[in-house]
Design a protein around this ligand. Structure first.
Ligand SMILES: Cc1cc2nc3c(=O)[nH]c(=O)nc-3n(C[C@H](O)[C@H](O)[C@H](O)COP(=O)(O)OP(=O)(O)OC[C@H]3O[C@@H](n4cnc5c(N)ncnc54)[C@H](O)[C@@H]3O)c2cc1C
Length: 309
């Protein structure tokens, strides 16, 4: 019930100011975000990779409204990639980008601006020996994001895509992307979408997730199972066995701070397990989506407002 309200709040500037200013918010944010700056985030990355996990880093930010901020996002990623190179982490850590932070929504030529900015990131990522994955945002951005993916994959075939099972179109997109060399993260979807384009019932979203998983595991690409849902994880393991996929021909992905024991368990069983590590000062939208998708996360946040006992 509260989910749609929180997702609407995730895009409200007024709510952003209220939530960000609340002194009790920070410890709860720290559960999901690896710091405001690159340096603490890198401490997290070093400790995760040293323990056998892999990482995808997200410099937080979205919906930028001017070219200067879009270029600042690009520069933040270039700094991040330089740091990964310096630390020799190119084989264990990649980056995830939100194209809206690269200028995709700018009124004049936003698509091309985002492409030019992200291309530079993909070029440096290739030099560092790693990859870029294009996060998927609300449904109005899907065509542009998949077109940018196609462009980047010409030079950098390992560029990853994200598909959201709540969208009606996803099974078809999965078929188109289940080709050799293609990396596809399948998620359920985190935005508030209308009934004209997306399933509204959780059961339908789950069924669609399984359908798309089947397509990806049967195809020739590299499936990335982005879910904390034990049922989806078990089904993915079953599909890997049925399709005779060895470990390393697919991976699991979970968000930083969520189901850490399960992350460990999958890695200890020999699966590739990648943790999505967000960092940066612009954590509000990401944080609100995490509250929206799970009542327990919201309860944890609200409890932090109670006086300490
Ligand atoms: C690596 C990664 C990248 C993502 N990238 C994108 C993206 O680019 N675009 C996008 O729209 N969305 C993205 N998402 C978010 C995604 O769309 C979902 O909103 C989010 O993952 C919640 O869905 P779920 O599949 O984990 O399971 P849900 O349907 O939320 O939960 C199913 C079950 O999982 C278990 N579970 C879930 N959370 C917890 C928890 N905190 N503690 C314990 N158990 C839990 C519970 O058993 C729960 O019943 C990403 C998610 C991941 C993991």
């Amino acid at each position: 019930m509260l989910g749609p309200v929180l997702l609407a709040a995730a895009r409200s500037d007024r709510m952003r100011r209220v939530v960000a200013a609340a002194p009790v918010t920070r410890p709860v944010v720290d559960r999901f975000v690896a710091g405001d700056e690159l340096s603490p985030a890198m401490d997290t990355v070093r400790s995760l990779t040293a323990s056998g996990l892999e990482v995808t880093l997200d410099h937080l930010g979205e919906d930028v409204t001017d070219k200067t901020t879009a270029r600042a996002t690009r520069d933040a990623y270039l700094r991040l990639l330089d740091t990964l190179r310096h630390d020799g982490l190119g084989t264990r850590a990649e980056v995830s980008v939100k194209l809206s932070a690269f200028g995709q929504a700018l009124p004049d030529g936003g698509h091309d601006i985002a492409l030019a900015n992200v291309r530079q990131v993909a070029e440096l990522a290739a030099e560092v020996g790693t990859t870029v994955t294009l996060d998927m945002e609300d449904h109005t951005t899907v065509d542009s994001t998949l077109a940018i993916l196609r462009e980047l994959r010409r030079e950098h075939p390992g560029t990853g895509a994200v598909l959201q099972s709540y969208l009606f179109r996803t099974e078809e997109d999965a078929r188109a992307l289940a080709v050799a060399g293609s990396r596809v993260r399948l998620v359920k979807g985190a935005y508030k979408e209308p009934a004209s384009v997306a399933f509204q019932d959780k059961a339908d979203v789950d069924k669609a997730y399984v359908r798309a998983l089947r397509v990806l595991f049967a195809g020739e690409g590299y499936p990335m199972v982005g879910s904390h849902d034990p049922r989806m994880i078990a089904i993915a393991q079953d599909l890997a066995a049925r399709n005779h996929r060895p470990a390393g021909s697919y991976e699991f992905q979970m968000l930083y701070g969520i189901r850490t024991a399960e992350q460990r368990r999958l890695a200890d069983e020999g699966h590739r397990m990648r943790i999505y590590v967000p960092y940066g000062a612009d954590w509000y939208g990401y944080f609100m989506r995490r509250l929206a998708e799970r009542p327990a996360n919201l309860a944890f946040f609200l409890r932090s407002f109670l006086p300490a006992r």
